[in-house]
Design a protein around this ligand. Structure first.
Ligand code: XMP
Length: 536
């Protein structure tokens, strides 16, 4: 099997690229996303990237991110002076700004006053960075070092009460340094500043758009695939669905999608996926639905240990997919719905990578006979994947679907999984989602803004607890359903979303009345940590 690295559709798509050099800052992906919001294509690279490689990429601009170190310390992440002599505009942010100053002959030292949080900044609106920005503007500061002397050729274009150099520039060389973080939304006019840099200073025309992405990807997929056959494991999640839509538009029936219904999907989800991608749907492709419910329930019978359950579900997926793939025979390409954060977080992009490996990137399946891997969404952030999905005509409810774990309801049923329990949790979850969605829509209509409590992920789980209750005149001994609702940015930490009590009451009443086998409804208020979002 000849496995090449994923097919990226970027090459050739956008001849104007800005690169973000990552010094380990927590906002590195955010910088790239903001740049892309300016319709400029942007990629993240580690500060260790060789200068020759950077030159070969011919970026129209370079942005140096923040980072946790002090740039004057020995072995601190650094860059060569040559980076600033390429004639390419460079914007340094926080650590990147300090490094630029230090490398070019300025000075950086520990600040007498540490600045953290929203800070009033006085800017010089004649600077190209601050065109159209209010002279007094709120910016997000987070630094303990400061630029105590700017490098020769630079002059200061912003300051705060505690920070003499909040921004400096050397317009002749197109070098700009900003102490604060324009990429975070707390910096009220940050997007404008980044826009000024990439569209103004770097002269990018703004050609990165989802309609052109789709068009260009289709062209490149056709070129790469030729008359070959492509196989895609379709889960019904956003990424694999958008990948299916894109591949279908490019190569039609040369694409086969295998959708494994493991019986652990949400209520009606299997049929919804089939309605979109199956023979009666709008997409031209070969769709194979494998109804493996019984097989999964059989394997899971009597198993209660969470990790063992996860392992069984994962392994069984491989077995089922393998069997289907064998029926299809050798294919030329195996497609995957890998997206850009997966790439960055797996260490193939920026600096923060070493944090976690991602199943989509590192582990290529070796159980299917294919020649190459194809990853048409490899360059996109999640919000861009969604835009591409809409562009391709996927239904909104699929495109804006909340995250759903691979092992599905298997990890939302505590203890043994049975068909009966699956039905209970499916029905309770459907009611809960319906009522929360309804309440969120009516709040938005009434207030003209999204409800502040609107959760980022919310679902029902089935506890393994049965307790005594009374219904009518009868004693019951039934299950307790737990409702979870969290607000989160990155799913690494989360807070309980404060769903209005009236909504919870409606949900409770409906679940108790409509779902047999449940006599208690609990609302989980744990944050993460210590609780995880899922129950197992
Ligand atoms: P936890 O439970 O770890 O969940 O707080 C964080 C986020 O990850 C999702 N999740 C998974 N997604 N396979 C997935 O594709 C999994 O095994 C898995 N486990 C958790 C979870 O839904 C939440 O969004």
């Amino acid at each position: 099997m000849d496995i090449k690295s994923g097919c990226s559709v970027e090459q050739g798509l956008s001849n104007e690229k800005v690169i973000v050099i990552d010094f380990g800052g927590q906002y590195n992906q955010l910088v790239a996303r903001r740049v892309r919001e300016c319709n400029v294509y942007c990629e993240i690279y580690s500060y260790r990237t060789d200068i020759e490689q950077i030159k070969a990429m011919k970026p129209k601009g370079i942005i140096l991110t923040g980072g946790p170190n002090s740039c004057y310390e020995e072995n601190a992440p650094a860059c060569t002076k040559e980076l600033f002599e390429l004639g390419i505009p460079v914007l340094g942010l926080c650590y990147g700004a300090q490094l630029m100053m230090l490398v070019l002959g300025g000075n950086v030292e520990k600040a007498p006053v540490r600045e953290y949080g929203k800070t009033q900044v006085h800017v010089d609106p004649s600077s190209p960075l601050f065109a159209g920005v209010e002279q007094e503007t709120v910016c997000w500061m987070s630094h303990f070092d400061y630029i105590s002397r700017i490098a020769p050729g630079f002059f200061t274009v912003a300051h705060t009460d505690n920070c003499p150099v909040a921004a400096a520039q050397c317009p002749d060389k197109k070098l700009y340094a900003i102490q604060f973080h324009p990429e975070v939304l707390h910096t009220v006019e940050g997007t404008k500043m980044l826009y000024n840099f990439v569209r103004g200073v770097c002269s990018c025309g703004g050609t990165w758009r989802m309609d052109s992405f789709v068009e260009e990807s289709v062209r490149q997929i056709r070129e790469k695939v030729g008359d070959g056959k492509v196989l895609l494991a379709l889960s019904g999640g956003v990424d694999s669905s958008v990948a299916a839509g894109l591949l279908s538009r490019a190569i039609g029936r040369q694409l086969t999608c295998v959708f494994v219904d493991h019986g652990l999907l949400r209520k009606n989800e299997g049929d919804e996926v089939e309605a979109v991608f199956g023979p009666d749907g709008d997409f031209d492709l070969n769709f194979i639905r494998v109804n493996a419910q019984e097989r999964y329930y059989g394997k899971l019978a009597g198993v209660t240990e969470p990790e063992t359950k996860r392992k069984i579900i994962g392994e069984e997926f491989i077995r089922v997919f393998e069997e289907e793939a064998k029926k299809i025979g050798a294919v030329d390409f195996l497609a995957q719905g890998t997206i850009y954060p997966d790439v960055v977080e797996s260490g193939l992009g920026g600096e923060s990578a070493v944090i976690k490996s991602h199943h989509n990137v590192g582990g290529l399946p070796d159980y299917v006979d294919f020649k190459e891997i194809i990853e048409p969404l490899r360059d996109l952030f999640k919000d861009e994947v969604r835009k591409a999905g809409l562009e391709l005509g996927l239904p909104e409810q699929l495109v804006f679907r909340q995250p759903f774990p691979g092992p599905g309801l298997g990890i939302r049923i505590i203890g043994e999984v049975t068909a009966e329990k699956v039905h209970i949790v499916q029905d309770a979850d459907a009611i809960y989602r319906e009522e929360v969605d309804k309440a969120a829509v009516s709040y938005a209509k009434e207030h003209g803004a999204a409800a502040p409590w609107r959760p980022d992920q919310y679902f029902a789980a089935l506890t393994n607890m049965r307790s005594v209750g009374v219904m009518g005149d009868e004693r019951t001994y039934d299950y307790a359903v737990a409702l979870r609702a969290v607000k989160t940015v990155d799913f690494m930490t989360a807070e309980c979303a404060e769903i209005p009590f009236a909504v919870l009451q409606t949900v409770m009443n409906r679940i108790i009345n409509e779902v047999r086998g449940v006599n208690r409804v609990l609302f989980d208020i744990s944050s993460k940590p210590p609780g995880t979002i899922e129950f197992e």
